[in-house]
Write a protein that binds this ligand. Structure first.
Ligand SMILES: Cc1cc2nc3c(=O)[nH]c(=O)nc-3n(C[C@H](O)[C@H](O)[C@H](O)COP(=O)(O)OP(=O)(O)OC[C@H]3O[C@@H](n4cnc5c(N)ncnc54)[C@H](O)[C@@H]3O)c2cc1C
Length: 475
């Protein structure tokens, strides 16, 4: 029996392992380095109010504004208040964030931030944080298992651990920290393993899910024609002065407007380039971007780069509070797979790393207590039935999701997606995509990252988050 079983060894999962009390029995189950999640890919930085002109209140106000009216404001304030402590903790663990010549932390300004707020290490912040966390975890008594989790041990509405194909891992606390869903859309900045497995498993166990219609498309992925993973050209490039140009060479949008605004503006042009050539010291400051672009045949030092949007961050997920509690006792969620309400209808830059650290650590701290007696989201609990184990996402899903549930949505296309998805084998991934398409079809407005060409305005009748449960749907 474990005190804490963690599914997913990204930043949220590793933070939980480190925050658990000494002596707790912990296992981290991850489906593997080669298919690893988004944490090592994070570029721009982790948002925290550590600058002289910043404050947690200002950070919260920016986050709530970007969230377009449906953030859980208490959660936002709670998590933003933790920002400075999170940075101090990461530094204690050995994270070597960049500093300006006066010795203060060097802060990048990204979309939606009133003041520069993203603490970073060059353009590879996630890699640096993961390096420090992995090293710290090595010094702890944490078991590592390399395998996909295939189900939860759920009895009478309570979670008691995790299955893999080979083994059972019974536990007092089960944390889902399996990251995002970008690969379900094909054209994405995420790794190909980002197929929302943990959300699917939790959903199959009857957990409440939320905000499924909100997928954030990053405006500036390198448009090299790839139908799958694309290189992210971080927003921090635009913060340093990179400019967007249409096919006539004209600038057409405020480069630091929130992501959904820039995404929509780009999609209204015939073709778009990002000109980074005027950034001084581009190779030193953005080595990941420069190396990645050169590997795909583009040189950002000399030539503007072709860009277009790609699926980037899944705002929706397992409904959870700011301490990771879900609607099922014993089951917790943290990081990108969780929907805490922090991001509302649109995630602001740098906030996902912050949320992953804060919520991950809080779940870890509960470990010695066994199944938490804390507050649960009130929702009738489904008695979890046995379901077929999770299988790989059907490759036919991605083109449907990109074409019909992409950055700009419309009723006919959404219903086409529902019809097409309904014809596929009813796996957990297909069921989740159906729920995403239905949620998008039901929100008859444009809000945050959910943009409807047939309902272009925000409508106060829809100024609430959406919650759902799998058994509510019959095919
Ligand atoms: C290119 C890119 C750049 C980004 N830049 C930033 C940034 O600058 N700032 C910011 O705040 N956010 C950024 N983000 C978002 C941020 O990186 C992620 O939201 C965050 O790292 C998620 O962390 P996580 O621990 O929840 O999940 P992940 O880091 O994705 O880890 C999930 C882990 O779960 C494992 N897993 C998945 N399914 C299973 C299964 N069935 N069984 C076992 N293991 C499983 C995966 O292998 C993976 O290791 C970026 C994302 C991308 C893709």
């Amino acid at each position: 029996m474990y005190d804490l079983v963690i599914v997913g060894g990204g930043i949220a999962g590793l933070c939980a392992a480190l925050a658990a009390p000494e002596g707790a029995r912990i296992v981290v189950i991850d489906k593997g380095e080669a298919r690893a999640g988004s944490s090592p890919l994070a570029q721009g930085g982790i948002a925290a109010a550590v600058g002289p002109e910043d404050s947690p209140d200002l950070h919260a106000a920016d986050t709530i504004k970007a969230g377009a009216g449906i953030c859980d404001e208490q959660t936002v304030r709670d998590i933003c208040a933790e920002g400075p402590r999170v940075i101090a903790w990461l530094q204690e663990l050995g994270c070597d964030f960049d500093r300006s010549p006066d010795g203060a932390l060097d802060l990048a300004r990204e979309g939606g931030q009133t003041v520069a707020r993203s603490v970073h290490w060059r353009d590879a912040t996630g890699q640096e944080i993961v390096r420090a966390l992995r090293r710290a975890v090595q010094g702890r008594n944490v078991e590592r298992v390399s395998a996909p989790a295939t189900g939860f041990i759920a009895i009478d509405g309570t979670c008691h651990g995790v299955f893999t194909a080979e083994e059972r891992y019974p536990a007092g606390i089960t944390l889902v920290a399996t990251g995002g869903a970008g690969a379900l859309w094909g054209r994405t900045t995420n790794a190909q393993g980002a197929t929302a497995d943990g959300i699917v498993l939790a959903m199959q166990a009857g957990t409440q899910v939320a905000d499924l219609e909100f997928m954030q498309f990053h405006p500036t992925a390198l448009d090299d024609g790839s139908p799958t993973q694309r290189i992210l050209l971080t927003e921090a490039l635009r913060g340093e002065g990179a400019t967007l140009h249409n096919e006539r060479g004209e600038r057409f949008v405020d480069e630091l407007a929130p992501r959904h605004v820039v995404t929509k503006a780009i999609l209204e042009q015939a073709s778009v380039t990002l000109d980074c050539t005027q950034i001084l010291d581009l190779e030193r400051r953005f080595p990941t971007v420069v190396a990645g672009a050169r590997a795909r045949g583009f040189d950002p030092v000399t030539t503007p780069l072709p860009v277009s949007p790609a699926a980037h961050y899944f705002v929706g997920g397992i409904a959870a509070d700011a301490s990771g509690h879900t609607s099922i006792p014993g089951l917790f969620a943290a990081g990108e797979c969780a929907a805490t309400g922090m991001h509302g209808a649109n995630r602001m830059a740098g906030n996902s790393l912050l949320e992953s650290v804060v919520v991950g650590r809080r779940v870890g701290e509960l470990a010695a207590l066994g199944t938490s007696k804390g507050r649960f989201i009130h929702m009738p609990l489904a008695v979890a039935r046995w379901r077929p184990p999770i299988v790989e996402a059907d490759p036919e899903i991605a083109p449907i999701m990109w074409d019909d549930v992409g950055p700009i949505r419309e009723e006919t296309r959404l219903h086409e997606a529902i019809a097409q998805l309904s014809k596929l084998e009813p796996t957990g991934h297909t069921e989740l995509c159906l729920m995403i398409a239905r949620a998008a079809a039901a929100r008859l407005e444009s809000r945050g990252v959910h943009i409807r060409s047939d309902y272009p305005d925000q409508d106060s009748a829809f100024a609430t988050r959406s919650f759902d449960q799998h058994h509510a749907h019959a095919r």
